[in-house]
Design a protein around this ligand. Structure first.
Ligand SMILES: Cc1cc2nc3c(=O)[nH]c(=O)nc-3n(C[C@H](O)[C@H](O)[C@H](O)COP(=O)(O)OP(=O)(O)OC[C@H]3O[C@@H](n4cnc5c(N)ncnc54)[C@H](O)[C@@H]3O)c2cc1C
Length: 271
């Protein structure tokens, strides 16, 4: 297994090296899970690189640089698989940079401003993921209900068997709870203070995928074997939503953000 050796839960670990050499920067390192890089239309990469400077803070050690995907020294090693799917053509590529030379003017904003750029993009990106997860839950619930009214076993519709009324009701209630939390997070974002919005985005980033996974799983159950097969969209939806508990920050990292915001209400100390 070729695994780049940093935990990106903590993105301050990112170690792709980027060294100034005359009018260029020279990049060395590997990046896996580069989503979208498999698409033939992907012509440029925005690469987060390490540009260390001991005079700057921990969150000012990184920069972002635009790299033409055709630059010499770039090798796409493989598409990473998601539960066995390569997600082509989008793809989550494992890419190696070997002495990749980039014009110095391709560095965005300036050295040390990588996190500043990321924070501006990741909030809206995360809430967008959550909206789509809620949409997938809604679709799964609709499919679950239709199936439970159409199919019969033991002389009754599936809906009327066992605890299926409760399952359907719980799925509706939990979908609506997540939808309202998502709306609240979007509203806080719209107030214009990214720092204040961050813990709200983290809340929905934990809640929406967990809720959607549960609803999709219940829909799979209502479909029986068909639910895990290629004949419905449910299996694919589940694997997609499962990735959201990792991509754009694992649950634990977002819970940490939520807890720290909560604790800060009660102390002046760093938490
Ligand atoms: C489908 C998919 C697409 C992706 N696309 C991209 C992309 O386009 N660009 C990109 O840069 N990255 C992308 N990623 C990578 C993603 O951002 C990382 O997987 C994620 O940040 C977690 O990092 P890691 O995989 O290194 O896990 P690690 O950092 O090794 O973390 C593993 C586990 O450690 C535990 N952990 C970590 N921190 C804490 C904590 N503070 N408290 C408690 N437990 C903790 C959690 O259980 C966590 O799940 C993608 C990932 C997936 C699955």
């Amino acid at each position: 297994m070729t695994e780049p050796d940093v935990a990106s839960s903590d993105a301050t670990n990112i170690s792709m090296s980027c060294v100034r050499d005359g009018d260029d920067y020279v990049l060395n390192g590997q990046k896996w899970w580069s989503s979208g890089a498999g698409d033939p239309r992907c012509a440029v990469y925005i690469v987060m690189v390490n540009t260390p400077d001991e005079n700057r803070s921990k969150h000012q050690q990184h920069s972002q640089v635009i790299v033409d995907a055709k630059t010499s020294g770039i090798e796409v090693l493989r598409p990473m698989q998601v539960y066995g799917h390569d997600d082509a053509p989008h793809g989550h590529m494992h890419i190696k940079f070997d002495n990749v030379r980039v014009p110095a003017e391709n560095l965005l904003l300036g050295e040390g401003r990588g996190f500043e750029i990321s924070q501006g993009r990741l909030g809206p990106g995360r809430i967008h993921h959550c909206m789509r997860a809620i949409g997938q839950a809604e679709r799964a619930l609709e499919m679950m209900c239709k199936r439970s009214m159409q199919r019969e076993a033991f002389g009754k519709r599936l809906a009327q068997l066992g605890a299926n009324f409760d399952i359907i009701a719980n799925c509706r209630m939990e979908t609506e709870q997540a939808r309202l939390l998502c709306l609240k997070a979007a509203w806080v974002m719209d107030q214009g203070d990214a720092r204040a919005a961050a813990p709200w985005i983290s809340q929905i980033k934990v809640v929406a995928p967990l809720m959607a996974l549960k609803v999709i799983d219940e829909a799979v159950q209502m479909y029986g074997a068909q639910g895990i097969s290629q004949d419905t969209s449910l299996a694919r939806a589940w694997t997609h939503v499962r990735t959201l508990r990792l991509a754009d920050g694992p649950d634990a990292v977002h819970r940490r953000q939520v807890a720290r915001a909560e604790l800060k209400k009660y102390t002046q100390e760093k938490v």
